[in-house]
Design a protein around this ligand. Sequence first.
Ligand code: XMP
Length: 513
Amino acid sequence: MSHQTVIVLDFGGQYNQLIARRVRECGVYCEVKPYTMPLSEIRAMAPIGIIFTGGPGSVYEEKAPHVDPAIFELGIPVLGICYGCQLMAHTLGGEVVPAQEDTAREYGRTEVRFDADCKLFQDLPEQAFTWMSHGDYMARVPEGFALTARSRSCPNVAIADEKRGFYGVQFHPEVGHTENGLGMIRNFLYEVCGAVGDWTMGDYKQTAIRAVREKVGKGKVLLALSGGVDSSVVAALLAEAVGSQLTCVFVDHGLMRKDEGDEVERAFARWDINFVRVDAETRFLLKLAGVTEPEHKRKIIGEEFIRVFEEEAKKIGKVDFLAQGTIYPDVIESGAGDAAVIKSHHNVGGLPDYVDFKEIIEPLRLLFKDEVRQLGRELGLPEYLVSRQPFPGPGLAIRIIGDITKEKADTLREADFIFRDEIAKAGLGANINQYFAVLTNSRSVGVMGDGRTYDYTLALRAVTTDDFMTADWARIPYEVLDRISVRIVNEVKGINRIVYDITSKPPATVEWE
Ligand code: XMP
């Protein structure tokens, strides 16, 4: 079945995939294409609308990216965002100049007033905060265009030629900081382009399955399955696409949460795939024995994981494709070249090419986390897997401060389970983005019954965050904290004191190591 399509023309902006994601969110199929895409190809795709993205350049610079002016003759509505807006103005005969200090250069949160009778803003509040990031200014707008929004320092925040279906905004409607931004994109799609909303995540699933089948043919695929959301969704997708040609290698390093290994195994039992669960607890604990330094722990785990995977891959024999659960935020973050290493993330992406794979398959590369969860549901994965909070590759090893033993891992597993259980019972799970227990290396004196105890202190960590780059500690109600504390000290041997971590990130990090 073919769908109505929107083309997002990429001029090098930071948020281009986010625009695509918003369009999908509105139930419309879209593809991001380079701005150099020939007009003939655009015409062949017969899009119902085109969106010009932002970009780092200035339209009046010599090397600035441009479009064939004939794009405006196709009779297809266009929404220009930031650079895209200026490009439209410039191409259609307006004038764009560098903003002077005191005029219209705007960055960050800016209050804007909108004309409610402009289709882009219809049925939305007439005043809202938007996210701006532009240093240029439209000194003169092209003929046929009206000014449809303004801020305190800028009279032309948005322009529209409603007759031809051309709209431009200086701010970024796609980012979460712009109030009603999604509504504006929805208006463009439905009110201007005539979208009917004929695209769903179920369609994405079908398209992705077809693409995998085409690429893989009769070849063998190997997936390193961690049990996290992303690799689980890739596993389900590949299981559906290529069935028995797929081998999932699930390395259980003995540092998973309570029952996690069994849950993962159970979730994949219904597919006809090769599922290898490697019980590697002993060898991991042996390698980690006596190691206390966090980075050292991480390196050992990363390396050992690869060794186990290598051994399993050799047993399977010639494998053509390696599958990975890379998602879009991973792609962006990997681009942050010079950033300081805070923690070496254990990452399957760092696997060596010891088996000569023909290619890497990354079916989630363009999706955001919540879209991945949605796709997982489409594929029939159980809710506890799909809505699972992030869990670091090194697992409980970086939540046991100091040296790691099986006994400590078991203690932490029990305490962590109670914490999660009580959060779920209190109905707080959806509001807290990550929560877990940490076994500190600190022991203190307590009194239980009539006797003295000298046991470990357990720390509870719970954070709210959008992107895990920054985070705030979650305001869990005292009564809930109280229930958690009482249950853990009563039910888990070896813990006699509970503390709650009330530091944000920064200056702390989410995990303790
Ligand atoms: P930090 O502790 O850096 O954590 O504030 C941010 C997010 O990343 C997760 N995390 C990891 N995930 N491998 C992963 O796959 C790792 O080595 C790793 N270290 C931290 C952490 O759980 C949080 O969600």
